[in-house]
Write a protein that binds this ligand. Structure first.
Ligand code: FAD
Length: 466
């Protein structure tokens, strides 16, 4: 064991990125250091200030805080400030081209602790006062634990000439570049940054996760309209659009956040196309037109996990490392920050410590579960893209005739959308013999109807061409 590769009194931690992964690491590192009686200093570097409105001050996401994360934050005495909470979510609405159904928590009467927030200080046109940013709230929380936050960009990392020695972090703009010597560098820089390239070029084996570009926007609507049409429900859409993997509208106080995730990179055109769909327009005010300008961004989402996100004195976490596929990214950042901070203080900051204490267990939990996730998402994609099958599932959920089957589908969809349980658990619920025996004949008939519709549509298109 290399005793040099442990943090001790006076050790310095540099965290690159003040998003959830960075703040949560700082939170846990402060806690474990205090528990072990070690006096360390922590600096978080972020290139942006979350006081700004619009994409410049935002880490671009739907802003749904899952129930699991909400509970974990409460356990850590991180109580999300009222001014951050835009809305308390009670349910989800699953909307197809023709029909919709409200999904509820599988336990009758349970009020879910799901909230929506803005990651930055709200949309660009927002007239509110003060700062309502969730990411800023987390940074303020860790500042109270003596963590220093430096709003400067990190430009480079210099590995020491002697393996195991401290690392130089170079930050600040060209004419005011500064250096900081760190005993541990935490890469919590997400996937929307050139830092991934920088780390890949450092030759310790890091390969960033693969990503796709998603598209999002904030639409301002009156509070009354949101109450009436959305209420406290996130709307999820299965509109048969092959290019979309996931489409949702998340209600905030006076805005709704539109999120589109595609199979490939999406553009503004996909967003306009989605907003123009009659199922979406029906939720908007009468005579509503797509605004000429609105707060929108294209941000990346990881679809695989990184390779070798660690070496001596360096650990990468959050989106830039490993997270749950397409779901609860902030909760994954929390879990991985906790695991890597625990490793730092219990086993040290060597490559081996991070491999055994952090990345191997993370892969065991997340990568295996993501395997089930990919299967479940493929099944979900297929059902969502087939109009007849999607409509049939809605009818079954709504039906009073077979409560057991209805509850089982509600539970699967609820968990897929909220990320409340692991993909593996969802998979086994979907393979339940009662459910399969009930749904197989119903789905076969719906599938045959779909094929009939497809053939008719193809014939119509062909006769038009002739
Ligand atoms: C369309 C979409 C919707 C999503 N919806 C949800 C949701 O509803 N709920 C949920 O839990 N998750 C959601 N996610 C996932 C969630 O956004 C991420 O998992 C989460 O933000 C990851 O946190 P992070 O700290 O790793 O990275 P980030 O949040 O990206 O933070 C990285 C930080 O590093 C900073 N940084 C980068 N480079 C540098 C540099 N060189 N110097 C200094 N600072 C730097 C950035 O400014 C940024 O603040 C969504 C993602 C997308 C794309």
């Amino acid at each position: 064991m290399n005793n040099n590769l442990f943090l001790r009194n006076g050790s310095k931690i540099a965290i690159i990125g003040g998003g959830p992964a960075g703040s949560f690491f700082a939170h846990f590192a402060s806690r474990y250091a205090a528990e072990m009686g070690i006096d360390i200093s922590i600096k978080i570097f972020d290139r942006k200030s979350f006081c700004q409105r619009g994409p410049r001050g935002c880490n671009m996401c739907a802003g749904v805080i899952s129930e699991n994360l909400f509970n974990k934050l409460e356990e850590e005495e991180i109580n999300i400030a009222q001014f951050c909470i835009q809305r308390r979510i009670e349910g989800y609405c699953f909307q197809t081209q023709d029909d919709s159904v409200f999904l509820h928590h599988p336990i009758p009467g349970h009020v879910p602790k799901i909230v929506t927030v803005f990651r930055g200080n709200g949309p660009i046109q927002s007239p509110h006062e003060g700062n309502i940013s969730f990411d800023d709230f987390l940074l303020n929380h860790v500042k109270k634990q003596d963590v220093e936050v430096i709003f400067e960009v990190v430009k480079d990392i210099k590995l020491p000439s002697r393996k195991g020695n401290p690392i130089n972090v170079i930050f600040g703009e060209r004419d005011s570049k500064k250096e900081f010597e760190a005993d541990l560098v935490v890469g919590a820089f997400g996937v929307n940054t050139g830092m991934m390239e920088k780390f890949s070029q450092m030759d310790f084996g890091y390969k960033p996760p693969k990503t796709v570009r998603t598209c999002q926007c904030e639409i301002m609507l009156s509070h009354e309209h949101i109450e009436k049409m959305f209420g406290n429900n996130v709307f999820v859409f299965a509109l048969g659009k092959k290019e979309l993997k996931f489409a949702s509208i998340t209600p905030k106080a006076d805005y709704v956040t539109v999120n589109l995730v595609g199979r490939r990179d999406l553009t503004r055109k996909n967003l306009i196309d989605f907003l123009s769909h009659q199922a979406v327009r029906k939720l908007m005010p009468k005579d509503w037109e797509i605004p000429k300008s609105f707060c929108m961004c294209i941000s990346k989402i990881p679809i695989t996990y990184a390779k070798h996100p660690y070496t001596d004195r360096i650990v990468v976490l959050g989106d830039a490392s490993i997270s749950r596929t397409y779901k609860s990214g902030i909760e994954s950042a929390f879990n991985m920050a906790k695991l890597s901070a625990y490793t730092t203080f219990k086993y040290g900051v060597s490559e081996r410590a991070f491999m055994n204490g952090y990345f191997k267990p993370a892969k065991k939990v997340l990568a295996r579960d993501n395997f089930y996730g990919i299967m479940m998402l493929k099944i979900n994609d297929y059902i969502s893209s087939q109009r007849q099958i999607a409509n049939t599932h809605i009818k079954v959920i709504r039906s009073d005739k077979d409560k057991k089957t209805s509850d089982q589908i509600n539970e699967i969809l609820w968990n897929m959308l909220t990320g409340n349980i692991t993909y593996k658990e969802i998979f086994y619920k979907a393979m339940n013999p009662h459910l399969v025996s009930k749904m197989l004949p119903i789905d076969t008939i719906a599938w045959a109807r779909q094929k009939r519709d497809d053939i008719n549509a193809w014939r119509r298109a062909r006769s038009k061409m002739v």
